[in-house]
Design a protein around this ligand. Structure first.
Ligand SMILES: [Zn+2]
Length: 304
């Protein structure tokens, strides 16, 4: 059998040595303090900023932040926006920040807003899907999580008894999913990788248990003028899942340990933009993320 990935033995799960080999290859490529914390600091005049913990990896420590509405009203619905669960998915992080810098003010009278712009700063800096333990945070929103990234934000929400009505988790689907991350996952798990076609355009992953088709449709319609929506492949699918309406597929959020499954919010979705498309650019991807949150809030405001 052909070996897709340079670490490990085909058909065998990685041991700790393999994981160390993988970790040794990862390098810092951008700066969380400069790109994220600096922008969060500028928000302190308008919002409350709290540290909800620290990620500690050997000699490196990353403070973790939430940004929240200053006038928290118990009778208002609460929206949670999460970015950077997958740290390499740049527009998720920058979209969450840009939402706070621009659009959030329009919704403060109607919603309590809570944003965790960068759940996985190590992944942000090293442009990685996994954390340093070769664990995917977006499969680890479960009790007794093996990922600090997940445990810390779940503990924060629990401690402050924050039960969002709306949760939007901002992601990207990239060409490196097929060139790096899916082969790495198959190698780690001792399985064979089969790539799927990366959808060209924006799409949503809804929770099968809380599908809310009108909510998903409203987001797609709001994003459409900003960037193109991904068409289904020849099998009527996006990343192997049947498209249930334009630009929408469904996953089982809680059993899979997805971030969008960490709360019982009525309205939940995961955004996916495709930054490697010839028909988009990094600015447009960030704008699409902000449009998605706006579409979600405008719809939810009518329903809640
Ligand atoms: Zn992702």
């Amino acid at each position: 059998m052909a070996q897709d990935y340079p670490i490990g033995t085909p058909g065998e799960k990685w041991d700790d040595t393999n994981k160390q080999q993988w970790l040794a290859q990862q390098e810092k490529q951008r700066d969380y303090a400069n790109d994220v914390i600096r922008r969060i600091d500028h928000l302190r005049e308008q919002f409350d900023v709290e540290t909800y913990g620290e990620l500690i990896y050997d000699d490196k420590t990353f403070p973790l932040f939430v940004v929240r509405s200053r006038n928290w009203r118990v009778n208002n619905p609460t929206v949670l926006v999460t970015g950077g669960v997958h740290g390499y998915e740049t527009s998720g992080v920058h979209g969450a920040l840009y939402f706070l810098e621009t659009e959030a003010v329009n919704h403060l009278s109607r919603f309590n807003i809570l944003v965790a712009p960068c759940i996985s700063p190590w992944g942000y800096e090293t442009i990685n899907r996994w954390n340093p333990d070769a664990v995917d945070p977006n499969r680890s929103f479960v009790s007794d999580s093996r990922a600090q990234e997940c445990e810390l934000i779940m503990t924060y929400l629990d401690k402050h008894q924050i039960n969002p009505d709306v949760h939007i988790d901002l992601h990207e689907t990239t060409d490196t999913d097929n060139s790096e991350f899916r082969p790495a996952k198959a190698a780690r798990d001792g399985t064979t990788n089969t790539n799927w076609n990366i959808p060209d355009g924006f799409y949503l992953v809804a929770d099968k248990q809380r599908s809310e088709p009108g909510f998903q449709r409203a987001i797609i319609e709001t994003v459409k003028p900003v960037t193109h929506i991904a068409p289904a492949d020849d099998e009527g699918c996006l990343i192997g899942a049947p498209m249930v309406q334009e630009g929408v597929i469904e996953y089982e959020a809680k059993p899979l340990g997805l971030c969008m499954g960490m709360t019982d919010a009525r309205f939940v979705t995961t955004t996916e933009v495709y930054p490697d498309s010839a028909n988009t650019n990094s600015v447009e991807c960030v704008d699409a993320q902000v449009a998605a949150v706006r579409g979600a809030l405008e719809y939810a405001a009518k329903e809640l």
